[in-house]
Ligand binder design. Structure first.
Ligand code: SF4
Ligand code: SF4
Length: 447
C-alpha cells in the first residue's frame, strides 16, 4: 500500500511548515467518525461543525495541505476552542487534540510574528507584557499583587464598582467584579523554605507555586503544604522555580514556554525529590508534558523526561500514598466538578473523589456533566467571555440540581470561574479545592 493511502495528510502536506505546526501524523489519526462531537462544549452550545473537534481538525488539515488560508475564519474557530481536551477522552482513534490545538496556535503566532498575518499593536503589546514580562517575573507579580491588594484594602475597588464607571470599560468592566482578591502575604514568602513532615518522614517532595496562584491562591498553597506535611511529607518550596508556561503554550507562545520549562527543570530536578507536586491541574498537565515541549532540545530532552517522571498532581499523590492522618468530621454536602486538565489532560478521575470519600460526614453528590468544561480554560473566560458565561450558567444549573452546599474542584482557574458563576447567579454555594476540604477536616482552612 502506498504511503499516501495510509497517510493522506502526510502525503500532501505543504513543505517548509513551521516546526511547531500540527504534525501530519497527528492530523492523519482523525477518521472523521464524530464520536467526539457530544463531548465538545462549544459544539454542544452552538451545534456548528466548524466549532467541533472534528471540524477543527478538518480545518487544520485544510491549512496544512494548502486548501484553506490561515485566515480570520480559521483563527476564530480555533480561538473558540477551550483546549479542554474532552474530545481527546472521547476519541477512539487516539487523536492527540491537545497538542494539535497548541501547535496550530503556535503556527498562527509564528505567522503573526513574521507579519504573514495581521496583528494589532495593542494585541502585540498585551501579549508581550503578559507572557514576556509579567507571568515569568516574581518581581512583577509581587508588584501587581501589592497594587491589587491596596486597590481593595483602601476601599477604591468598592468605590469603582459602585459608581458605574466600569460600564465605560467594556469587557474589562464586565470582568472586574468577578476577578479575585489578592491575598497577603503572597505564597512567594514561602519560597526557599522547607516544611518538616509531621511525625516520621515518608517522602521528600517539592511544591510548585506557579505564577498568579502565588497571589490569588496563597492560602490554598499553604493548605496544600499543611495537608502534605500532615501526611508525612517534608515539603520544599524551591527558590528558583517559575511559571510553568501552560498559559504560554495554550496561547501559541511555545518558545517562551520552553524557556520557562528549562528554568523549572534546572530549579527542581537537582533536588532529587520523591515527587514534584502541583495543586493546579492546568499547570500539572503542562508540567507533565515538558518532555514533548523539549523533545528536540538535546540538552534538555532527557532531563525533561526525568522531571515528568516525578510530576504528580496533589490529589493523585495523596490518594497514591494514602492518608496517614485520618480526616476529621465535616457535616456537609459536596459535589465535584472535574477540572479538564486533571480529567482529560492527566486522565485522573478517581483520586479527588477518593480523597473526598475519606472525610467523615461529607455526603457526596455526583455532578451531572462534571466532565464538561465550566468555561474557565486559562484566560478563556476573559477573551471569550460570552461562551464562558453560557457554559458556567449550565454548570451552575447542574450544581443547583445536586443540592450540594460545596462545589469542590481541583484547579484554581475552575475555582475562579465557579465562584464567578455562583456570584452571578446568586446561588450561594461555597467553591473549594479538594485539598482545602481535607485541610478543613484537619482544622486548618475555615469552612
Ligand atoms: S477526533 Fe477522534 S472522535 Fe473526533 S472525529 Fe476524529 S477520530 Fe473521530
Ligand atoms: S478541546 Fe474542548 S472545546 Fe476544543 S474541540 Fe476539544 S472538546 Fe471542543
Amino acid at each position: 500500500m502506498a504511503a499516501s493511502e495510509t497517510h493522506p495528510v502526510a502525503a500532501s502536506v505543504l513543505p517548509n511548515r513551521n516546526a511547531d505546526a500540527p504534525a501530519a501524523f497527528d492530523l492523519d489519526k482523525c477518521v472523521h467518525c464524530g464520536l467526539c462531537l457530544n463531548a465538545c462544549p462549544t459544539y454542544r452550545e452552538l451545534g456548528v461543525e466548524m466549532d467541533s473537534p472534528r471540524g477543527r481538525v478538518y480545518q487544520m488539515v485544510q491549512v496544512a495541505t494548502g486548501q484553506m488560508e490561515m485566515g480570520p475564519s480559521y483563527i476564530e474557530h480555533l480561538d473558540l476552542c477551550l483546549a479542554c481536551r474532552a474530545c481527546e477522552t472521547a476519541c477512539p482513534s487516539g487523536v492527540p487534540y491537545g497538542r494539535m490545538i497548541e501547535a496550530a496556535r503556535a503556527e498562527i503566532q509564528s505567522a503573526k510574528a513574521q507579519s504573514k498575518l495581521p496583528e494589532s499593536g495593542a494585541e502585540r503589546l498585551i501579549r508581550a507584557l503578559v507572557f514576556g514580562l509579567i507571568l515569568p517575573s516574581r518581581r512583577w507579580l509581587r508588584a501587581i499583587g501589592a497594587l491589587l491588594w491596596m486597590y481593595e484594602a483602601t476601599g477604591l475597588r468598592s468605590l469603582v464598582q459602585g459608581c458605574g464607571v466600569l460600564k465605560l470599560f467594556g469587557k474589562l468592566g464586565r470582568i472586574e467584579p468577578l476577578s479575585p482578591s489578592a491575598e497577603m502575604p503572597t505564597f512567594f514568602a514561602s519560597y526557599g523554605r522547607i516544611f518538616p513532615a509531621e511525625g516520621e518522614r515518608r517522602y521528600r517532595v517539592a511544591i510548585l507555586g506557579g505564577c498568579i496562584a502565588n497571589i490569588f491562591f496563597a492560602r490554598l498553597h499553604e493548605a496544600t503544604v499543611r495537608v502534605l506535611t500532615a501526611n508525612g511529607c517534608e515539603v520544599h518550596v524551591p527558590e528558583n522555580q517559575t511559571c510553568c508556561g501552560a498559559l504560554h503554550a495554550h496561547s501559541g507562545e511555545r518558545e517562551q514556554a520552553r524557556v520557562l520549562a528549562r528554568r523549572n527543570i534546572d530549579a527542581l530536578l537537582p533536588g532529587d525529590y520523591d515527587a514534584i507536586i502541583s495543586n493546579t491541574a492546568g499547570c500539572g498537565s503542562a508540567l507533565k508534558e515538558y518532555h514533548e515541549l523539549l523533545e528536540h532540545d538535546p540538552a534538555y530532552a532527557e532531563r525533561a523526561k526525568a522531571f515528568v517522571a516525578k510530576m504528580r498532581d496533589v490529589n493523585e499523590f495523596l490518594a497514591g500514598i494514602g492518608l496517614t492522618r485520618a480526616p476529621g468530621r465535616i457535616e456537609t454536602t459536596v459535589t465535584y466538578q472535574d477540572s479538564c486538565h486533571l480529567l482529560h489532560g492527566q486522565k485522573i478521575r478517581n483520586a479527588p473523589r477518593e480523597l473526598l470519600a475519606q472525610i467523615p460526614g461529607v455526603a457526596f453528590r455526583e455532578l451531572p456533566y462534571s466532565d464538561i468544561c465550566c468555561g474557565s480554560a486559562g484566560v478563556y473566560n476573559v477573551v471569550q467571555d460570552e461562551m464562558a458565561a453560557a457554559l458556567i450558567e449550565r454548570k451552575i444549573g447542574y450544581a443547583n440540581a445536586t443540592g450540594a452546599e460545596i462545589i469542590a474542584t481541583a484547579n484554581p482557574g475552575c475555582m475562579l470561574q465557579l465562584r464567578a458563576g455562583v456570584a452571578r447567579h446568586g446561588t450561594g454555594q461555597k467553591v473549594m479545592h479538594v485539598i482545602e476540604l481535607l485541610d478543613a477536616s484537619y482544622g486548618g482552612t475555615k469552612l
